[in-house]
Ligand binder design. Structure first.
Ligand code: F6R
Length: 245
């Protein structure tokens, strides 16, 4: 399912509809997969607004992050745990409890064990009911850069230069501050979510959107693997949809 909207607020409203339905339909206690970066920003803003007016809460819901940078100081404002805490955690935000926010331990001395532990967390939570995704201009989802195998599970990865340049805006434009490594859910992990909502905004994403939806399923465009998932909503603005036929 592909939908094109006028602006990020309209995309957020559609995404929140999907989130509310998925959390309500979850059999056990629900688990929401959360992304970072700018794409989900309006979604989190709307969830906070709904929480303020008393119509939505993530209290009792588990949240599982897609990825985390390796090598940032614990208190760094761009660590994804910090970002997600700022966006979602606490009664003043969405009601998500700190202990229910699960983020890969990217700085672990033994990343392989940390990755296996994170996978075990997801399994113990009963899997992800709905995974939110953004899309890299190079076709990445999570930090699964082009060339990543479709069978990849949570792993440490090296960020492409283009990804680091794109994310330098979160580091005051200073590329040297952007980490080189991250731990990410693998493509196989992401595909196990029961439902996926991918958001892409802006002309820089248009070519990746086309390759994801209409190109071959290939590691050159990791997001193309979503063609194999039975329940994906792709929510776009007009610029991101501009090279679709
Ligand atoms: C973030 C993530 C990335 C971003 C992607 C798009 O957790 O895993 O895949 O979703 O790089 O980033 P934005 O939304 O900032 O354009």
């Amino acid at each position: 399912l592909v939908d094109v909207f006028a602006d990020p607020a309209a995309i957020a409203a559609a995404a929140v509809d999907r989130i509310e339905a998925a959390l309500a339909a979850a059999e056990a206690s629900p688990t929401l997969g959360v992304a970072t970066g700018s794409s989900p920003g309006a979604v989190y803003e709307l969830l906070r607004a709904k929480h303020r007016e008393g119509t939505f809460s993530l209290d009792g819901v588990s949240a599982v992050a897609l990825d985390e940078y390796r090598g940032l100081p614990a208190a760094h404002e761009q660590r994804y745990r910090t970002v997600l805490r700022r966006e979602l955690v606490g009664a003043a935000r969405t009601g998500l409890r700190e202990e229910d926010l699960h983020v890969p331990d990217a700085d672990a001395v033994d990343p392989e064990t940390a990755a296996v532990h994170f996978e075990g967390r997801i399994t113990a939570l009963g899997g992800v009911d709905l995974q939110l995704l953004g899309l890299g201009a190079n076709g990445h989802i999570g930090f699964n850069e082009p060339g990543t195998g479709f069978d990849a599970r949570t792993h440490l990865t090296t960020l492409e230069d283009s990804t680091r340049r794109a994310n330098a805006r979160f580091f005051h434009g200073d590329l040297s501050q952007v980490p080189q490594y991250a731990m990410t859910q693998g493509l196989a992990t992401i595909l196990e979510a029961r439902e996926i909502v991918l958001i892409a905004v802006g002309a820089e994403k248009a070519e990746a959107v086309r390759a994801m939806l209409h190109g071959p399923v290939t590691a050159d465009c990791p997001a193309s693997v979503l063609q194999r998932h039975p329940r994906v909503s792709v929510l776009l603005d007009e610029a991101a949809a501009s090279v679709l036929d």
